[in-house]
Design a binder for this molecule. Sequence first.
Ligand code: AVJ
Length: 331
Amino acid sequence: MGVKAELSPRSPSGVVRFHDFLPPRETFLDDVLAGLALPQKSIPPKYFYDEQGCRLFEAICELPEYYPTRTEMAILRGCAAEIARFIGPDAQLIEFGSGAQAKTRILIEALQAPFYVPVDIAGETLRSSSLELARRYPRLNIVGICADYSRPFTLPEFDGAPIRRKVVFFPGSTIGNFTPTEAVAFLDHARRTAGAGGALIIGVDLKKDKRLLDAAYADAQGVTARFNLNLLHRINRELHGDFQVERFRHKAFYDPVLGRVEMHLESLGSQCAHLAGRRFDFAAGETIHTEISCKYSIAEFQEMGRLAGFSPEKIWTDPDLLFGVHGMVVA
Ligand code: AVJ
């Protein structure tokens, strides 16, 4: 863990620095070993995002079938002034899972927010996006935190800065990767991060027609398949596993009863793979569950916010009601 000044203070006043709270590599190995030992083998979706996974996710966001990113961007653009009013002046914006920070720019521009704290597990992406943002907005102060945002990390202090409120920004419907129970616990963590007087701006994918959702998670070009299969490549690369990646296939479907998309990696035949001296057997058709993506109606999500100590105040949506951006304040 360390603090490193990557840029000296720039004119007129902005500063960029980075803090690292990276989980050790053993955490990845332990999580994969534990997940593969379960009756329904599974691996947490946060491990999708190595540098290659980040690139593939960026490509997913450009797909014609994957509506969430462009819809949320359009909502943020169209409602930027109103969102800025909701947030108010002199806010510190804390973004969980900041990635390429394209959505951030819309808010930063509208807000003139002087303090930005992106938190992301992918260190290179965090550094390059933050430095690029700093070039565009020279007065912006940025403290990039390289961390798994679902685990504890320390928020930076901005000495002598006039910060009126902390606002957690969690776009992209990443909250959908948690089960509803986990999501409430995560919202509670967001509320404690924002603190008294704080707020939350969170993007949440809405429930909708199964055909649209199935297509969004199993695109014609196979980019989502590559994103999913990259998890096995990553295990081979970083943990020296011997998965035969070409003998697995991407599987994704919306379950309207559970209100969620599930992604799996399905074994194309009976086979085994080795990792850290252990052997894992796969029957033909057996799957590794890699992701859930829960979808919520506006009312369902507002109720979850209340359970976590927020009071839901605003909802911004697109005309087709594909996606919702919620504005909530700490109750
Ligand atoms: C980044 C978690 C919001 O669930 O839609 C995209 C990830 N998975 N395509 C989602 C994802 C497959 C995405 N989130």
